[in-house]
Write a protein that binds this ligand. Sequence first.
Ligand code: NAD
Ligand code: MG
Length: 399
Amino acid sequence: MTTPQRLAILGSTGSIGRSTLSVVALHPDQFRVAVLGANSSWQVIVEQARQFHVDTVVLADPEAAALARTALRECGSTSRVCSGPKALAEAVAADNVDVEMAAIVGAAGLSSTLAAVRAGKRVLLANKEALVMAGRILMDEVRHAGAELIPIDSEHNAIFQCMPAGYLPGDTARGVVRVILTASGGPFRCADAGTLANVTPDQACAHPKWKMGRKISVDSATLMNKGLEVIEATLLFGLPESQVDVIVHPQSVVHSLVEYADGSMLAQLGAPDMRTPIAQALAWPERISSGVQSLNLAEIGQLAFEPPDHARFPSLGLARAAARAGGTAPAVLNAANEVAVQAFLDRRLNFTAITTVIDEVLQRLDSSPVKALGDVLDADAAARRMAVALIEPGSGAFA
Ligand code: NAD
Ligand code: MG
């Protein structure tokens, strides 16, 4: 019997975190959960810690951590509870961890993802925002530390599966001329442009094919998710933005494609269920069961493809421009998007204004070169300040 892989699952209480634990639960001999991390959902993480007998629980929020500590002590658990962002980074880099599932949402995941990479771990990357922000720095650290980065995002995981044998993200993709990311089109694929300003957060989060956290659901509705994914693909697969295409595919069955110099196009298909890419990444280069139902192609009948509508969904164009500008532009794009999406979810900003805010922030903050992580963090902070100021009631910028 081989020794089990020891996992740190950060963002364990979220959609990806919970799907990861459900795959892990199917293979108790192959995986052991050493670390669980999240923001503040202490009741959920206490249950997870008890079920998986973990060594360490980390909650970013100190009050939630104190409640988790008491609850775990009362039920006789020996799990250690820590708190704060620094503790998240320390826990993933520790010796009792082989693999990190990086599933914290947003820029909050950057420091722990970077810490796992620097410690030379295998990192299963769901937290696309960390890569969009600090792309070159993160990819350089992967090479330096001999870490392995395996994409969890379904499109990038599909592309990874269609790459030549032995390929790992960060390598040059031999013979590849183009990758094509599929997009479901989100809940407003067929909506009239005039109705978009008045959609509610619940409507935006009602994704037709995927059940996800609220931030990425809004990103899918604006198509910014696909924009972030274009940038993610340029970094993972070493391709310019012009070689990363996007096609809308409402059935969400073809998860992405790779085109080779000889005209071959390879695609990965499967049910729209994140347990498949999670299981692929956990077991790589082997295969394990994921609990996902087999795809019934006859039942699906037809697969459709159409180009994205840039007029109704300008986010994709903004992300492509940021990818071309390089430097701090992707970090600025990401930060402005995070602030605007939160404001929309809090009902302080309307749906179409999300993109307007991002556009405005990108225009006002010129891209500058990234020499060190500090440059990225400064750009992130400046973009957040500017987006907050634009959204503030009374700023007059947006209703
Ligand atoms: P989610 O909102 O369901 O979960 C987010 C997790 O992050 C929670 O566990 C939360 O506690 C944790 N978190 C938030 N802020 C934190 C902080 N400051 N410190 C520590 N932990 C914090 O989100 P999700 O849908 O699971 O998405 C997670 C990541 O995976 C995102 O980057 C998303 O873009 C990416 N992703 C998700 C899906 C999907 O199907 N859900 C698909 C592809 C990529
Ligand atoms: Mg995706």
